[in-house]
Every structure is written in C-alpha cells, then in structure tokens.
Design a protein around this ligand. Structure first.
Ligand SMILES: Cc1cc2nc3c(=O)[nH]c(=O)nc-3n(C[C@H](O)[C@H](O)[C@H](O)COP(=O)(O)OP(=O)(O)OC[C@H]3O[C@@H](n4cnc5c(N)ncnc54)[C@H](O)[C@@H]3O)c2cc1C
Ligand code: FES
Length: 283
C-alpha cells in the first residue's frame, strides 16, 4: 500500500468530458507518491452530511511539478452528483494515494490495456510508463455508448494500436471489449493484459488472456467503506501463492490483482473451501 496523505485539496478545474467530469485538484505532497492504479477517496456532503462514507476514484493523472492530481467522475448517486457540481476554488477532503498499483515491468514488454468506460483513466498513465521503459502498448477502449468512452484521443497519442468498441455501435466496432481481445493480443504479441472496468469484464478479460498464456492484471471496483484496510467491506476471494483461498481487501491488497488468482464466480459469496469459511458457519 502507498503512504497516503489526508489533505484539503483545492479544485483547480472541473471539465465535462463526454459523460464524465475531469476534476483537477491541487494536492501538495500527493502527486509524487502516485503510481498508475492508485486511487483516491473524497469526503462528500460537508460536516453535517448523512453521507458518512468517502467515495473512491481511480487517479487518472498525477503531476508532481504542478502538485496536482486528476480524477474522472461519472455521476451515479448523491455523492458523485455533488462532485459533478464542484467549482474552482472549492476545497475537498482527499485521502490519496491509496491501494496497490499496477506492477511495472523492469524492461520492454508488449502490453494490451483494456478499459471499460472511465476504466480507461488509470490505464493511460500506465501505458505512458510502459512506453517510457521501452515497451509497446495497444488499447481496447469500450463503453455502452460513444459518450461513455474515456481516453480515446489520449491513447491515440501514445500508439496506433487503439481499438474502440461500443455496445450500441455509436463509435468504433459494435460489441464488447472482449470481442476483439484475442485477436488484439496476437496482433501486438502481448504478454500481459492490464484491465480496469466492470467486474464481469475483468473476469472475461482474464479468461481470454489466460487462454493465450498472457498475464492479466485487473483493477477491481468493489464497494468500499473505509478505503484504508479497517472495515473489511471490500473483500474478495483470492487464491494465494500457497494455493489457499482467502478473503483479501481490495482497498489495500488491491485494487490491482492478478486476475488469474481472483475467484470471480465466488465474489459476493463465501466459498466453502475458503480459509476460515468453517469459522463463518459455511460448510
Ligand atoms: C477503487 C475504486 C475506483 C473507482 N474509480 C472510479 C472512477 O475513476 N470514476 C468513477 O466515476 N467512479 C469510480 N468508482 C466508483 C465510485 O466510487 C462510485 O461511483 C461512488 O462511490 C458512488 O457514490 P454516489 O454517492 O454517487 O452513489 P451512491 O450509489 O449513492 O453511493 C452509496 C454508497 O455506495 C458506495 N458505492 C456505490 N457505488 C459504488 C461503486 N461502484 N464502488 C464503490 N462504492 C460504491 C458509495 O461509496 C456510497 O458509500 C471507483 C470505485 C472504487 C472502489
Ligand atoms: S474498504 Fe474498509 S477494509 Fe477495504
């Protein structure tokens, strides 16, 4: 886990981008600690609010020179609707960076980066870092509709190998990111796939990557209460290196996991063979 800071972050700008809001925050001390895959949490509602829990967001960009971080926010419920109205000069209660980021290669690799919706946000700086280390990247960016895509132009600045997929066909290919995945892995000889998006997408990406002997690193989005490893609301069943399945916390042990170790079908359940399941009354 990173060493997070809790700070009062000034909103420098909020820009609509398709279905999302790109929030640039001044957060002194935070940006130099950020690696691709880290996330941030923001308090919402102010001191008298009934919204007790912080909201989690992947960190899109971090600029140590400018002391800024950027988040990409989709409106979902009351908390994100409030953030979508943030104005320059507002102060937000921020904790960042949190979680375990994507592993970075020691040298040149060929990596395919697969993002669903705002899941593209942490993959763009990851792609830049892989290229900085001499590697090459391809992207598959998908969403339900064109307006919900994120990062297509930024990805095209990094590589010619960008596939866009929408479920309604309003941009790029019609279908899901998994449809062209096997072909894209083969086309760039990828040895690793990094993905961020909805859980069923991450499970399917991992299945296809494994069939082609690729590593699959997945950034999961599990509901989180504390975000710092205390409350255990964010646990997932994961197979350890010793072959034993355990619940692990996606806020501190993740959100990035080796997709081949996550028991995707058992998320939300307590598998009977999980370490400690008997003590939880599961047989
Ligand atoms: C590691 C991580 C990274 C994320 N990255 C992004 C991102 O880059 N951009 C983005 O728009 N959203 C992201 N999310 C989802 C975002 O946290 C939720 O959309 C947000 O918390 C919803 O809050 P709300 O008040 O608008 O919605 P409500 O539905 O009113 O929220 C009610 C409660 O449920 C929790 N909750 C609801 N949906 C989610 C969810 N999907 N994940 C976690 N908690 C949830 C909220 O935190 C809150 O406590 C991420 C979530 C996680 C865990
Ligand atoms: S959200 Fe509390 S332990 Fe992960």
């Amino acid at each position: 886990m990173a060493h997070p800071l809790k700070t009062s972050a000034e909103v420098l700008s909020r820009t609509p981008e398709g279905a999302y809001h790109r929030l640039v925050l001044r957060a002194p001390g935070v940006a130099p600690r950020v690696r691709p895959g880290h996330f941030a949490t923001l308090a919402v509602g102010g001191p008298g609010s009934s919204m007790l829990l912080r909201r989690a967001f992947a960190i899109h960009r971090a600029d140590p020179a400018a002391q800024t971080i950027e988040l990409v926010i989709a409106e979902r419920g009351e908390g994100t609707r409030e953030l979508a109205r943030a104005r320059a000069g507002d102060l937000l209660d921020l904790i960042a960076p949190l979680g375990t980021p994507f592993p970075l290669p020691d040298g040149p690799v060929s990596a395919l980066l697969v993002g669903g919706g705002y899941g593209g946000a942490p993959l763009l700086p990851l792609g830049e870092e892989i290229k900085r280390r001499g590697g090459q990247v391809g992207f598959i960016l998908g969403a339900a509709t064109a307006g919900r895509l994120f990062g297509v132009e930024q990805a095209r600045e990094l590589t010619e190998d960008v596939l866009v997929v929408t479920e309604d066909g309003s941009a790029g290919l019609t279908g899901r990111v998994t449809d062209p995945l096997a072909q894209a892995i083969l086309a760039i000889n990828a040895t690793v796939v990094h993905s961020c998006g909805p859980m069923p997408m991450l499970a399917a990406v991992t299945r296809i990557a494994r069939d082609l002997a690729c590593r699959s690193w997945t950034a999961v989005e599990e509901s989180m209460a504390c975000g710092v490893g205390i409350c255990m609301t964010c646990v997932l069943p994961v197979v350890g290196e010793d072959g034993v399945s355990r619940f692990v916390r996606s806020c501190t042990d993740g959100p990035v996991f080796d997709g081949a170790r996550v028991r995707w079908k058992d998320i939300g359940a307590i598998p009977a063979d999980l370490d400690g399941a008997a003590a939880m009354g599961v047989h």
